[in-house]
Design a protein around this ligand. Structure first.
Ligand SMILES: Cc1ncc(COP(=O)(O)O)c(C=O)c1O
Length: 381
């Protein structure tokens, strides 16, 4: 009717942005808001990465690059996967993108026709079903239960497999739960024989447990990864995918048409991230871990449910069903009355309704203040 396609009109918004936008309005009115809804590191990008970007600019590395990405970065990614997971990946199977989000879109576009099905856990990162639906495919959610640490159960996946199933999507450590899939489960999922899309963007942000790449278990896999979270590089827009050889050329052709290449300066920054920023990552990780432990303790003391302690990313998904059935209303009530931004569970799927996602990508002082405010709010409620 309005000349805008149905798919563009109907793609759902990122609900957490509603919380953020209201929080900004309140801030403009003079309120002080603690942001625990955020999904990005509060740290600045490490200096060695920024220096490499400045050098690249000065050296005139400011042009389009090879559509797969500069070979130096693809080799560094390949070396990283070998060192960390003992998997050998030809750099020609790697495609560098402007963030993980375009990589996700390219993979979905390569695998899904209209009417196809893609299996994913519920809760999940909000964009997964939205991208699938945008392409005319059907996201098939698998309920992952709090009592089981929101683990995606291979048995449950089997029940949903059908002639139209094209791929299974996993994300460990997970946004929004912060939980990891065990090696056994990943192995069982790989053994189902369908292509597995593994979003490994939170790899490296793991506290005490061990994360596993899908490539340790099968080559019938598409890996998504990026620099936004581990290296505090959200604004640099740098990510990548690793694909089976037969899929590279179609993915590359889409990249050439849609995006040409990822940003050259960001790619040189990415090389420095992988080769020089190890100590910075360790420092940030140990600070996240301290915040994680503190937040888990406070969330439980305040009466929220958290059956399994999250061991990765910088989120925890707390059960707030004793407070309200509608997480959207509860998140806004907490924002308006306590001045704390949290993400409503419903943003992450029907099965996360009644939950709130707390992010510890904020200073320990702010987390303490945020928890104190929620405590006071709950006492008065
Ligand atoms: C699970 C997951 N995948 C992908 C992304 C996209 O990250 P980016 O496009 O910044 O690399 C995010 C961002 O929050 C995420 O949480």
């Amino acid at each position: 009717m309005d000349g805008i396609t149905k798919r563009a009109n109907e793609i759902p918004p990122f609900i957490v942005m509603d919380v953020l936008e209201r929080a900004h309005e309140l801030e403009r009115e003079g309120r002080h808001i603690i942001h625990l809804q955020i999904g990005e590191p509060d740290f600045p990008t490490p200096a060695c990465i920024c220096d490499a970007a400045c050098e690249a600019i000065r050296a005139g590395k400011t042009h389009y690059t090879h559509s797969l990405g500069i070979i130096e970065l693809r080799e560094a990614i390949s070396a990283h996967y070998f060192e960390k997971y003992a998997v050998k990946i030809d750099p020609d199977r790697i495609l560098v993108t402007s963030g993980t989000s375009p990589a996700l879109f390219l993979i979905f576009a390569a695998l899904l026709e209209g009417g196809d099905e893609i299996i994913m856990s519920d809760p999940h990162y909000p964009c997964y079903p939205n991208f699938a639906a945008f392409l005319g495919a059907r996201p098939v959610p698998i309920r992952a239960e709090e009592a089981e640490g929101f683990q995606l159960q291979p048995e449950e996946i089997k029940k949903k497999l059908g002639p139209k199933t094209r791929a299974i999507l996993i994300n460990s450590p997970s946004n929004p739960t912060g939980n990891l899939l065990s090696a056994e489960r990943i192995k069982e999922i790989a053994a189902l024989g369908l292509p597995v899309i593994s979003d490994e963007i939170y790899h490296g942000l793991v506290y005490g447990e061990q994360e596993h790449s899908i490539l340790e278990f099968t080559d019938n896999a598409f890996v998504l990864n990026g620099f936004s979270k581990l290296y505090a590089m959200t604004g640099w827009r740098l990510g990548y995918l690793i694909a089976p050889p037969h899929a590279v050329r179609p993915l590359q052709k889409m990249q050439q048409n849609f995006y040409i290449s990822a940003g050259s300066v960001s790619q040189w920054a990415g090389v420095a991230a992988l080769t020089k920023a190890g100590a910075d990552v360790e420092r940030m990780k140990s600070i996240y871990n301290e915040r994680r432990r503190y937040m888990i303790q406070r969330v439980r003391e305040l009466g929220f449910g958290l059956a399994v302690e999250p061991a990765g990313a910088f989120y925890l998904l707390a059960n707030a069903r004793h407070l309200a059935a509608n997480s959207y209303e509860l998140a806004f009530e907490i924002l308006e009355k306590a001045g704390v931004g949290v993400s409503p569970g419903i943003d992450f799927g029907q099965n996360a309704e009644g939950y709130l996602r707390f992010s510890y990508a904020n200073s320990i002082e702010n987390i303490r203040e945020g928890m104190d405010r929620i405590e006071a709010f709950l006492r008065q409620r």
